[in-house]
Design a protein around this ligand. Structure first.
Ligand SMILES: Nc1ncnc2c1ncn2[C@@H]1O[C@H](COP(=O)(O)OP(=O)(O)O)[C@@H](O)[C@H]1O
Ligand SMILES: [Mg+2]
Length: 449
């Protein structure tokens, strides 16, 4: 339930006859119950590839690891894997696999000392299937012990305590050569209200990624009845996503290739049908096959989501690598953005918060919440603020062009490029000495931090 008392504090002070100034910012923040942004996890851990469809059994010897495994299992990067959790450590695992087949990956914890630990592992090895990989979590921090683990073919050793992102990154590393590692990155764009410019931004950013990085981008217009990608990019009529929904069994690479409309080098678009002859009721996993296929074939997948709150929209958001939320600086936008950010924090606890774009800022005579106050209330600094410039956006829209293709105002095109680089650019390589690299590698392998 939203407490509407905060309304009073976000009205334009001039309209309310109150003194203007920055004092509204803390007020909004307090009324909206702004909590400090949770500390995002290191980017390196979050850059792990999604774990493919493998079966994982985890045997936890401690209550702490039960919590860690449960949190890891709920993470978006593990959405495809099947993880089952067992209480009890190595001994319990050995007992089970005397009778049952092993999964692809076994995660086993032991709190035993080194000799007892190795003896337990030897007993487990007798009953393990040859193809099963073993990720071991223990409390022993000795190089000799680590060597013994390697000699026994243990795939990875993590020194307790570990965090959920560390566990996910370790699992991901083990399967890093698989299909998942080759998947493209997904960027989901959603407006916190209709008409805030989310689609325009998604299209321009997609175009900018393709141009700047000379790397393939697929834009998927997921606003089935009203999508504007075809219009904004001046594309010939294409049924795009309708065929995907009509013929789910036929969705394969060739089929998808036929549906994509090319818009210049490196930029392909899967358009929305944008017709109203039939209603579009999509199930939660309705887009999953086509999105997975598109990700396998392109390094960058831009998803232009409609302003809706259905199970498939939620699923698409939660599983995306990056999320860009667009808002205009008014009260309804602030309320909606706050709810969306809170939902995403809870659904993606190990990820950084979404990126915020404040759009259509500075409409003449429109009372607005100042960007600083908006950001403070939300607990997220905008990645960019885009001014309201109807001439530029109108000209681009009416001519089926991107802003970068028509605008003399390089500022706005640069803004889109900034979003593109922030999301799709490679992180700056960290400078390290050779010794530092070797030490880093070792601690990474052994799980020591
Ligand atoms: N910064 C801006 N200044 C002026 N007009 C804008 C701006 N951003 C978007 N628009 C216009 O707003 C309209 C709605 O944009 P759209 O991207 O379709 O919104 P959404 O996808 O959020 O519903 C479009 O006509 C677009 O050209
Ligand atoms: Mg839209």
């Amino acid at each position: 339930m939203v407490n509407l008392a905060f309304l009073a504090d976000t009205r334009d002070p001039q309209h309310e006859g109150q003194p203007s100034g920055s004092e509204t910012a803390p007020a909004i923040a307090t009324r909206l119950g702004h909590d400090a942004a949770s500390k995002p996890h290191p980017a390196s851990l979050r850059e792990a590839a999604p774990v493919p469809r493998i079966a994982i059994h985890a045997f936890c010897d401690s209550a702490e690891l039960v919590g860690v495994v449960e949190a890891a299992a709920a993470d978006r990067l593990m959405a495809r894997a099947h993880l089952s959790l067992h209480r009890g450590g190595l001994g319990k695992a050995e007992g089970l696999y005397r009778k049952a087949p092993c999964p692809n990956l076994l995660i086993v914890e032991s709190r035993s000392s080194a000799p007892a630990f190795l003896a337990e592992l030897d007993r487990l090895a007798e009953v393990c299937d040859p193809g099963t990989r073993l990720l071991v979590i223990g409390h022993v921090n000795e190089v000799g012990f680590y060597r013994e683990l390697l000699r026994r073919g243990v795939s990875e050793y993590l020194l307790a305590p570990i965090s959920p992102p560390q566990l996910i990154a370790a699992v991901s590393r083990l399967y890093g050569d698989g299909v998942a590692a080759k998947l493209g990155k997904t960027y989901a764009f959603i407006g916190v209200k209709g008409g805030v410019g989310s689609s325009t931004i998604a299209h321009n950013v997609g175009w900018s990624i393709a141009r700047r990085f000379q790397s393939a981008v697929t834009l998927v217009d997921m606003d089935l009845p009203f999508g504007t990608a075809g219009l904004n990019l001046n594309l010939e009529e294409a049924q795009g996503l309708r065929e995907v929904l009509d013929k789910p069994d036929r969705v394969d690479e060739v089929f998808l290739e036929r549906l994509l409309v090319q818009r210049g080098d490196h930029f392909n678009v899967l358009t929305a049908p944008a017709t109203l002859d039939t209603p579009f009721d999509v199930e939660e996993l309705g887009f999953e096959p086509v999105l997975e296929l598109a990700r396998a074939g392109t390094p960058h997948l831009v998803l232009d989501l409609p302003h809706l709150w259905t199970s498939w929209v939620r699923r698409t958001l939660v599983t995306a690598d990056e999320i860009v939320i667009t808002a205009v600086p008014d009260l309804a936008n602030l309320r909606n953005a706050k709810n969306l950010v809170a939902f995403l924090r809870q659904a993606r606890p190990h990820d950084a918060p979404p990126r915020l774009v404040l759009n259509q800022v500075g409409v003449e005579r429109r009372p607005e919440i100042r960007p600083a106050a908006f950001a403070k209330a939300l607990g997220i600094e905008p990645l960019v603020c885009i001014p309201f410039v109807p001439r530029v956006f109108g000209t681009a829209g009416n001519n089926g062009k991107m802003v970068g293709e028509v605008s003399a105002r390089q500022g706005i095109a640069k803004t889109f490029a900034k979003i593109a680089v922030t999301m799709a650019g490679k992180p700056e390589p960290r400078r390290r000495s050779l010794l530092g690299s070797l030490l880093g590698r070792k601690s990474h392998d052994t799980g020591k931090r």
